[in-house]
Each structure stands twice: as structure tokens, then as C-alpha cells.
Write a protein that binds this ligand. Structure first.
Ligand code: TRP
Length: 329
């Protein structure tokens, strides 16, 4: 029996290298282990809580699918699909709504944060909250439980959602008999080295990201914007800087050690940036080629996702049959 590893990713716009090293690469590393069967999907219906523009929904969904394919998701090995192609998710979602106490949803972080913000602003506590946001964790539980997931690798911000999925599974099992496996969360550690251009954590909200799939010229331009100090060429430099931390992500151990030596010996920042570009571009360029290939061959992406949906639905159907039987419909 293979271990079922499942994770969803929301289409939210172009990925940056922080997303690559923090989420995409670790997810792809899971697929290299033959004891795992990985289910990765585009969580487009989760994105709907915030993404209300039709064209963005279309473009971002393709972009995230293409990004993951370009980074190495092998659709032969991974069950790779779009959430909205799996109607079974939504059927299970409704069933799960009926074993989920409302109070559990009141405690979900995203909802609570909205309520707190509203209260601070003197507004109605539910101002601007729609039922999609409120029920978001139940939809996520459906994603997870439908495929008997053993492990759900997510960032720390999603930990509570996986715990809620466990709770919901437990409520269901207690009422109807053991149908669901309880999923374990696996937290993807924040790589301390995931720094942005300004040395803070790389994040869209700080505007300090380096895009993953830009042109090589744009990559070089971004790298040139990395903040360094005013030390002159020939002055020794230490490795506690954004530039070195980024270099380390792309380079192997030996290259990294050599680069540290060169910095100590006084390598100029301009030259250091060139060398960072070299290692980064070497990793990114084969992926970039695939990315632009799929952008120009979207029908191939459609076919991959359709095939993934078919595989996913075969499994989903079996779970749902059990669930329907258990509840008596
Ligand atoms: N909510 C997750 C996020 O914002 C995405 C997601 C949806 C997910 N369904 C999931 C992650 C199921 C893991 C398992 O990142």
C-alpha cells in the first residue's frame, strides 16, 4: 500500500523563487519516493473566495498548472488535476457540512481574523464575510478525505485546516462508522534562507520577490536589485547576506563553499550578482523552457488535467459510494 500524499495549490498569480523552494520543490521531492502516491491539484474553487475576475481565474489556473508541470510534476506518476473537475468533492463537501459544528468554523483562523478586523473597525462582525470564506475549511476537508490522504504537506498557515479535516473525519466516523482515514499534517518548514531582494522574507506582499518564470534578462535585472552594503570590491564580505543565501539555494555544496571563499577574499558585489545569476539561471532555464512551451500549448495542459481528473474521479467515486452507503442515501 502506497502512502497517499495530497496537497492543493491556489491559483494566485505568478510564482516566485520563494514559492519554488518553499512549496513546489518539496512537493516534487515527495514524488521521487516510490512509496508515495501523490495527488496534487489546482484549488480553483478555494481561490474563488478571493479571485472574482473571470480572466484572472482562467489565466492563473493555467499558470499554476504549467508552473508545476515545468518544475517537474510528472503526470504519469502524480495524479494531477483541477479541483473543479471533480464533482465528487462538492458532494462530499455538503455531506461533511452536516457533521461539522458551526462553532468549529467560528474558530478557523481566516474567519476569526476577518471578525477581529471588523470589530476593531466598529463594523458588523460578519461584514464582508461570505459563506465561501466561512465554509472554506469544510471544502478543504472534502479535498483531503475524499482520497484517503495519509499525509498533507502544507505551509504552517494551513496547519489548522488539516487539523479541522481530522476533526470533521472524526465526527463523521463517530456517527456513521469508520469510513475516513485521519490525515496527518506535514509542515513544510520555512527555509530560513528564503530571503527576498531586501533581506526580509520573500513575499508578494513585501514586493521583494524574484519571479520564477521571467525571461533570463528579467532574472538578471531582479538579481541586480538585491540589496547589498557599500563595501567596495576587494573588501572582504561575509556570508550573512541575502545574496549569499540565495546563491546557496541554487548551488551545490562545493560551489557554495567556493563562493563563500571568494566573498571573503573580496569579490565585488557586481561580480557576485553575475555569479548568482549563472547558478540560478542554470537551474531555472530548463524549467523555463517547459513553462513557455506549455504556455503555447495549452491544449496539452488541458489533456493532462483531464486525464488526471479521470484518475482522481475513479478513486473519489469509491470513497463517495462508501460515504453514501454509510449515511443511507
Ligand atoms: N487552502 C490551501 C492554501 O491556501 C490550498 C488547499 C486547498 C489545500 N485544498 C487543500 C492544501 C487540500 C492541502 C490540502 O494553500
Amino acid at each position: 500500500m502506497k502512502k497517499i500524499v495530497l496537497s492543493g495549490v491556489k491559483p494566485t498569480g505568478h510564482s516566485h523563487i520563494g514559492n519554488y523552494f518553499g512549496a513546489i520543490k518539496p512537493a516534487i521531492d515527495f514524488t521521487a519516493n516510490d512509496e508515495n502516491l501523490c495527488f496534487y491539484f489546482i484549488a480553483d474553487y478555494h481561490a474563488l473566495t478571493t479571485l472574482k475576475n473571470k480572466q484572472e481565474m482562467i489565466d492563473f489556473s493555467y499558470d499554476i498548472a504549467i508552473t508545476w508541470l515545468a518544475c517537474g510534476v510528472d503526470p504519469q506518476k502524480v495524479v494531477f488535476y483541477r479541483q473543479s473537475d471533480i464533482p465528487e468533492v462538492f458532494e462530499l463537501y455538503w455531506i461533511l457540512c452536516n457533521v461539522t459544528p458551526k462553532g468549529l468554523m467560528n474558530r478557523a483562523h481566516a474567519y476569526k481574523a476577518c471578525v477581529e478586523k471588523n470589530e476593531e473597525a466598529g463594523l458588523d462582525r460578519d461584514a464582508g464575510v461570505n459563506m465561501g470564506l466561512y465554509n472554506y475549511p469544510i471544502l478543504m476537508a472534502a479535498d483531503i478525505l475524499l482520497f484517503n490522504s495519509d499525509v498533507v504537506p502544507v505551509g504552517l498557515d494551513q496547519k489548522q485546516h488539516v487539523e479541522i479535516a481530522r476533526d470533521i473525519a472524526t465526527y463523521f466516523n463517530n456517527k456513521y462508522g469508520k469510513v475516513f482515514k485521519l490525515p496527518d499534517v506535514e509542515i513544510q518548514k520555512e527555509t530560513a534562507t528564503l530571503v527576498g531582494l531586501d533581506g526580509r522574507k520573500m513575499s508578494k506582499s513585501y514586493g521583494n520577490t524574484i519571479g520564477l518564470f521571467t525571461t533570463a534578462e528579467q532574472l538578471q535585472k531582479s538579481i541586480n536589485k538585491i540589496v547589498t552594503d557599500s563595501r567596495l570590491p576587494s573588501e572582504p564580505k561575509d556570508t550573512d547576506c541575502a545574496l549569499f543565501k540565495l546563491y546557496k539555494l541554487f548551488a551545490d555544496k562545493q560551489q557554495t563553499a567556493e563562493f563563500a571563499e571568494k566573498l571573503k577574499a573580496g569579490l565585488g558585489w557586481g561580480e557576485a550578482k553575475k555569479q548568482l545569476f549563472e547558478v540560478a539561471n542554470k537551474v531555472i532555464s530548463p524549467m523555463r523552457e517547459k513553462y513557455f512551451y506549455y504556455q503555447n500549448h495549452k491544449s496539452e495542459v488541458d489533456a493532462i488535467l483531464a486525464e488526471g481528473a479521470q484518475r482522481a474521479r475513479t478513486i473519489a467515486r469509491k470513497t463517495l459510494d462508501k460515504v453514501r452507503k454509510a449515511i443511507g442515501v
